[in-house]
Design a protein around this ligand. Sequence first.
Ligand code: MSP
Length: 673
Amino acid sequence: MAKKSFYITTPIYYANDRPHIGHAYTTILADVINRYHLLLGYETFFLTGTDEHGQKVEQAARQRGVTPQQQVDEFHVRFKELWERLNIRYDRFIRTTDEDHKAYVQKSLQELYDRGEIYLKEYAGWYSVGEERFFSEGELVDGKDPVSGKPVEWIAEKNYFFKMSQYRDRLIEHIQKNADFIQPEFRKNEVLGFLRQPLHDLCISRPISRLSWGIPLPFDTEFVTYVWFDALLNYESGVLGKQFSNGRPAWPADYHVIGKDILTTHAVYWPTMLMGLDRELPRHILAHGWWLNRGEKQSKSKGNAVNPLDYVERHGVDSVRYFLVRDMVLGQDASFTDELFTNRVNAELANDLGNAINRISKFTWAHYEGLLPEPGDPGEPEQELKQLANATLARVQSQVQVLNLSTALEEIASLVRGVNRYVEHRAPWKLAKDPAQKDAMGSVLYHGAEALRVALSLLWPVMPEKCRQGLAMLGRSGEPGLQDLIWGSLRGGEQLAPAVALFPRIDVTVREDGAKQDAVFPLDLRVSQIKSVSEHPEAESLYVLTVDTGGESRTICAGLKNTYTATDLEGRNVVVVANLKPAKLRGIISQGMVLAADGPDDRAILIDPGSIRVGVTLQAGDRVARPKAKASTKDLEALKPEVRRGRVESAFGPLHSGQVFVTCDAPDGAAVH
Ligand code: MSP
């Protein structure tokens, strides 16, 4: 029988910045949904990539002194590297600078133009650089961009427009007829609410005088394509000519997975564009909520974004994937804090799942040389366990169908607890003492292993690597598939892989309040604010700064002239070595040192404490500061701070406040002093 097919996408991420937890989440979510379909026997295609044109990218490039092409060549790699680290199994990574994509955008524009769907008009409106779109007066909140809260500018110019307004009624009808087109339901209602107001035509061009980094309009080279019009078409251009083996072309996509911030572009612009082009609409759009940190959206610009890689490095990629999928209820916002992460991982992975696998495996090695015993005659507890596993198989599959992944994981967690209860009740350690009970002990081990095999098969889409290892420890090799979603597929006599601790408990060492004091280092790296800047009377290369280190004012000499003007520096937050022995620099006593990295062309690039409050002393990895009275530059050298992937890493790990990591825009490997 021909396999069912499934095509899923993530948003393509702006290549203007490093990926953070929000990007990681959407991509992990799509990967998990994709892998569930693989597990259920579908043939799938998974598209992700980067959005590389437009003002954001052009601006980021200008700020860094590189060309837009260099910017995107460098930054798209960061996403690719992260996806590899997060075990994302995508089929294509599309870049909007790919030739086939650019050609497809131009072809689509020409088609729309030829159909009379595009016209030229003088236009004036409130433009938001952050969101790269115009807002009407009524849409502004307090005179600012309603999405990002950033200022908007009034811009008047000639532009090309797509006749989006004429598709309003057709779109409303489509959304109403296809109840699961936009998920979850309350997001659908939001879009319908939006569509109750009149729909504008969509400005789809930018004059090259204002923006040159984009795809030229095929019918007027004085303009480039509006970045959203370009970006949305990736979903089609990424699978041109792709056909599944059942004969179905990949387009239309089954799922566009997105964050709620880009719902309008996906649920209004995109379908109407497709209507104008007379093409099929995607089947479903799934909008998830935001990851919050203390009630605020995590974002790089707010400086409160959790870096997924830190958690991955400390606790392994699968724990992070598990937490993200487990703790976000479809569509709702969720919080990512250290405490929530630790509690979830310790309870469900270390205590319950890890423990259960460990027990079964340890006993099988101790009493059966690692060969799985025969099931024997199942008694009542075994029948109950089998029933629980079968019910879980059914419930998880139906939860997955409606993408209630968090609930699906809850079901699996409860099966695992059931296994632990079963093992407690049957107490193989007691049976082991009585040779007459050897078969009974074997039966307990078999049934425990089989129930855990079911749990691990169902968890595989979320934790592919750990589940592969766990399954091997129960005598099953390779990736699970449809044939594994039934009870009883383990056979007595199968050889188990050696036992390893799959999910070590997380020791709570790093706390924001600096609890746990045994691992220390001697420097006071303090977040401080530059209050005033003057020239050093004797030394041309130095500024004399007055710095607030948290209620205390200091004078510090700093060689930052190559990179920063006095106005750049005033009011800026920096990191200062606050317990450095004072030193006289050409007649002025410098009471500390401002940390900066070696940038290109002899430029010093400041370390950025982001949203960390002035006065906070930083930690290094899991070490807290126990500052000595007078530290020397040798103490700083011993810490070996340097920039890696935009972070400041030290000999003990990244510098952070317990919640927020300090960053630096210098290239990889730049020394910090
Ligand atoms: N380039 C556009 C998308 C074009 S798709 C045709 C864009 N890119 S983005 O880099 O800003 O990524 C936005 C997506 O990242 C959001 O839709 C969401 O999926 C994810 N997230 C960014 N911050 C987030 C959180 N704090 N929490 C969860 N996900 C969020 O918009």
